[in-house]
Design a protein around this ligand. Structure first.
Ligand code: ADP
Ligand code: ZN
Ligand code: ZN
Length: 749
């Protein structure tokens, strides 16, 4: 065994060098190693990657956390790391600190936290190198040249100069030849004249975009005030709730503030809730800025992710736009954090390392001492509470930008319908009016597929998933039964498997069935369905959106995908076909979610010259949520909801943690949680309450039986003290029973 020793204090006192390494395993905080043979001690800086032996025959890529001279492992049992992978740290110290904080706060092993934050290729041990593409850029002479000065018939040269003058940082050869075919010889001629030079261009997923620039819009008074207020605080932690109705110009505000941040030579990190919103947001940013904009989302390949990550870390990208996990991109010069649609549930990771990207963004802004904007038309109650407590600035954009006005609401009592029809007479009439006026219609239904239930009227049999406590949904496009919880697929039964009756019935409505119904009802209308099935192909969503914007669609039918962030200027009627399911949800957040969805969907309607109309079909027309929301608006609804939360001692007035367990045997998860609960005994204090354990409402899912134990406290510190004393005492997950802790859980069920 290799042992490297150096003299530190005196020649007689030899101390070992111990490397504390974060390794991506669920077990411990860190693992101790000796340096590899022949290591230069100066290389051992926290944040470098090491390849280390792990277990019997495996190796892992770990990150050096610290170099110390003590370990609880007997020295002769320590193994040496095999290899140092980086000459300089891949993770800057501030980011390593942040990840340590996140590991403590979420009670999740540091090795797994770090591997979540690193791009996959770095986790695999590949080099942390930037890729370059060959490209071209104007010389100072080229910049000074008036295109008209070129010979009259030099059309191609003029075109290239024109193009490059729009891109001061240069363009890749590929981008130029996409625009102007056979440009190669023209490029060489211009190079000979000294007007352009070849230039290595940093590879980005969208290096080859050529987008027309637009100028900033003149801000209205409310926008101006927000921009001034935030721009005056760029040097400090300045958390803001930017509370503006849909279309009030929040994005325009981001663009103006980011302009100021860039002028200071600093970077902006912008989070958007959904992958389908990234291209739309990125385009809008590209139209405005000439700086490098890096993109991060789950559909990028590993090379693309590494490039984005490195450009952010090294300060080469001024703007980084991405979905949830983009919150982990390191920034050389952080200038502002922006979380768009901050209320969106997708910011909370729902498995493994269950972090909230929105909350991490606030922590990062505080550590970097820069502003953070939490933008939304429907603030989460947590954020609203922080604003009420004056921890956050509450900035309001009260009106839609331009001349557009708020939509009007109309509730249809479905109990009064003659037949149990999915589309009421009132909605039908409104659709016909809009069709006649050549306007677009958006119909919302919160369920994909054709029908959520396949049943036998003879004996009452219902098609259930073999692995979950859930019904199977029939999909007409694939002619299959699908489980929306575990993804299982099987052909539909031809006759009842229980009583052999030959006829089975499909009950309920999904997007596919509504689409079919509409096509029969409105024969001439062009109908488009948007749900995760119709948009699963890469670029599918972009293509569908393009058709909508080009006016090639009359009626849009879709799930909540449509409710998020998209602008449909031609839509003047929004119909909510059946949202009753969300009215009596079990989760204490159900009313909040429902109100947000309603306001967000409704926000898609209406343009400058045609106020939008919203029709809500319901069997509960007197439900207080509707009446409150429609009569008094979201702010008033949220005030009332906060009071209820206070009375019930729920967040944001208390803090929650949820210990989840699941097992292959029916009782084992509950047994585990009962034992775990007993183990809290020595650490309990008055301010922490335990509830349960109880089986999850959908107890069986993907073959696992699930149960949960809820911890609730009015004192965050006390709750976290208990967790850090108690969780390490719990037995590790096994193949039979596995557990995880969810801090600030979003879904209790
Ligand atoms: P939000 O992000 O709040 O939904 P956007 O910034 O996307 O709002 O603005 C909505 C629409 O209004 C966009 O079409 C945008 O171009 C336009 N808009 C925003 N600000 C202004 C302004 N000051 N003057 C005119 N139009 C504006
Ligand atoms: Zn039957
Ligand atoms: Zn299933």
């Amino acid at each position: 065994m290799h042992q490297l020793k150096i003299a530190i204090d005196s020649p007689t006192q030899i101390r070992p060098i111990i490397l504390q390494v974060a390794v991506p395993t669920p077990l411990y905080n860190h693992f101790d190693y000796l340096p590899p043979p022949g290591t230069d001690i100066n290389q051992l800086r926290p944040g470098i990657r090491l390849r280390v032996p792990f277990g019997k025959s495996r190796t892992e890529v770990g990150i050096l956390l610290a170099v110390v001279d003590q370990t609880h492992v007997p020295l002769e049992k320590l193994k040496a790391a095999q290899e140092i992978l980086d000459s300089t740290p891949v993770l800057p110290e501030t980011d390593l600190d942040l990840l340590q904080w996140a590991s403590n706060y979420y009670h999740h092993p540091i090795g797994q936290v770090i591997s979540t934050a690193l791009p996959p290729s770095l986790n695999k041990g590949q080099l942390a190198n930037m890729s370059f593409l060959s490209g071209w850029k104007l010389t100072p002479e080229g910049q000074a040249t008036q295109v008209d000065e070129l010979p009259k018939n030099a059309h191609r040269q003029k075109a290239v100069l024109n193009l490059l003058q729009q891109y001061p940082e240069g363009l890749t050869q590929a981008a130029i030849t996409t625009r102007l075919s056979n440009a190669s010889s023209t490029l060489r001629n211009l190079e000979k004249k000294g007007l352009i030079v070849s230039q290595a261009i940093i590879y980005t997923p969208s290096t080859d975009d050529t987008i027309h620039k637009t100028s900033p819009l003149a801000l209205n008074a409310a926008q101006k005030q927000v921009v001034t207020q935030v721009s005056n605080k760029l040097e400090q932690f300045y958390p803001c709730l930017l509370d503006g109705v849909t279309g009030s110009g929040k994005t325009e505000v981001y663009l103006h503030i980011i302009q100021k941040v860039i002028e200071q030579g600093r970077q902006a990190l912008v989070l958007v809730p959904e992958i389908n919103l990234t291209p739309q947001t990125v385009n809008r940013f590209k139209q405005r800025f000439t700086v490098t904009i890096a993109v991060w989302h789950s559909k990028l390949n590993n090379t693309e992710r590494l490039q984005t990550w490195l450009q952010a870390r090294d300060g080469l990208a001024s703007i980084i736009i991405g979905t949830r996990s983009a919150i982990w991109t390191p920034l050389a010069h952080p200038g502002i954090f922006i979380v768009d649609e901050e209320h969106d549930a997708s910011y909370k990771q729902q498995d493994h390392f269950r972090y909230s990207a929105r909350d991490i963004a606030v922590v990062r802004a505080q550590r970097a001492q820069v502003p953070i904007l939490l933008g939304t038309a429907t603030p989460s109650l947590e954020t609203l509470y922080n604003a009420q407590q004056q921890r956050y600035q509450h900035l309001i954009l009260p009106e839609r930008a331009g001349a557009a006005v708020h939509p009007t609401y109309h509730i249809v009592d479905m109990r009064q319908q003659a037949r149990r029809e999915s589309i009421s007479q009132a909605l039908k009439k409104a659709i016909n009016q809009r069709l006649a006026a050549h306007q677009q219609i958006l119909l919302f239904i919160n369920r994909r597929g054709y029908a959520p239930t396949l049943t036998c009227y003879q004996c009452g049999w219902v098609a259930f998933c073999a692995h979950c406590d859930a019904r199977l949904t029939y999909h007409e496009t694939t002619q299959e039964l699908q489980c929306h919880h575990c993804g299982d697929i099987r052909p539909p039964d031809k006759h009842c498997p229980k009583c052999q009756h030959p006829k089975l019935y499909l009950l309920g409505q999904g997007t596919e069935r509504i689409e079919e119904h509409l096509q029969n009802e409105f024969k001439e209308a062009r109908i488009l369905r948007i749900d995760s099935d119709s948009t699963s192909r890469k670029h599918a969503m972009a293509e569908l959106l393009e058709r909508i914007h080009q006016g090639e669609v009359d009626i849009l039918v879709g799930t909540q995908m449509l409710a998020k962030g998209h602008h449909f200027p031609k839509v003047t009627l929004v119909g909510l076909i059946n949202i009753d399911g969300g009215l009596y949800g079990l989760d204490f957040r159900a009313p909040e979610r429902m109100a947000q969805l309603l306001v967000q969907v409704a926000g898609r309607a209406g343009r400058a010259d045609d106020p939008g109309q919203v029709i809500i079909q319901t069997y509960h027309p007197d439900h207080p949520l509707f009446t409150h929301l429609i009569r008094h608006g979201y702010a008033s609804f949220a005030d009332a909801a906060l009071k209820e939360r206070q009375q019930a001692a729920f967040p944001p007035y208390t803090r929650l943690a949820l210990l989840r367990a699941e097992s292959l045997e029916p009782q084992s998860a509950m047994d585990f949680l009962n034992k775990a609960k007993a183990q809290t005994e020595p650490f309990l204090c008055d301010s922490v309450q335990l509830w349960g354990p109880v089986p999850a409402p959908m107890e069986k899912r993907a073959k696992w039986y699930r149960a949960q134990l809820l911890l609730q406290s009015s004192q965050r510190d006390n709750l976290h003290r208990l967790l850090s004393q108690w969780l390490p005492k719990l037995p590790s997950s096994t193949n039979e029973v596995r557990w995880s802790i969810d801090i600030d859980p979003q879904d209790l069920f």
